[in-house]
Design a protein around this ligand. Sequence first.
Ligand SMILES: Nc1ncnc2c1ncn2[C@@H]1O[C@H](COP(=O)(O)OP(=O)(O)OP(=O)(O)O)[C@@H](O)[C@H]1O
Length: 243
Amino acid sequence: MFLEVQSIVKSFGQEQVVKDLTFALDAKKTLSILGKSGCGKTTMLKTIGGLVAPDSGCILLKGEDITHKKPEKRNIVYLYQEDLLFPHLNAFENIAFGLRLKKISDSTIKEQVRHMLNSLELEDQSQKMPNQLSGGQRQRVSFGRAIITNPSLLLLDEPFGSLDAGTRQRMQGLFKKLAEEFHITSLFVTHDLKEAVLMGDEIGFMQTGNLKVYTDTNDFISDPETGVRDEIEFWGGLQRERG
Ligand SMILES: Nc1ncnc2c1ncn2[C@@H]1O[C@H](COP(=O)(O)OP(=O)(O)OP(=O)(O)O)[C@@H](O)[C@H]1O
């Protein structure tokens, strides 16, 4: 398996936030993760990204034990809702940033960033500064900046949470396209049931520090615990009521 998380436990003081977290994910797959506020989703992502140290358990990435590796050595990118761009760099340079650190030649950087801007449908926005971009455009630049360095794993923490419904829908489609084109493996935390079903090859449901993974989306939809049935019944009921 590409990612293996084995028996991770994490407490803050008396509060055990992550309890015996165990799951695995294949390369080029997206695992959506749902769960109530405060159930430990962000803590789980941060543990995998190396920003929070687990009390016990281990994390294997491509067979290598990365549990105690520094975050910058893991080749994992953690992206969250209000991910900040560098305010003094335009869209092009924000995306180019990681490549410039790697001392890649100017012509290669230009070619790769141009290609990324095209994939992100941002070819006309490359010279704009972050404060001149819309929320959805800024989020796309954040994705570009993350993906261009070719990370092994993307950790997405409610990445579209601050966007309006229409922009969110377009971003979901775009992410699917990017995931395919750039062979992305990701964990995608969301509060939105529909988004979880749309984005995930598999769906994880987190409850009180445990993660139950449904490798078949249909099993997730038909499990009464996940809330999908209630949702379907709600809309069905409303439709019947209104004739
Ligand atoms: N650094 C910390 N110190 C103490 N408690 C923390 C810390 N980080 C998180 N917690 C607690 O751990 C629990 C889980 O938090 P976490 O942010 O992982 O939840 P979440 O599922 O991502 O929530 P949300 O959906 O609201 O973002 C919460 O009760 C939170 O208060």
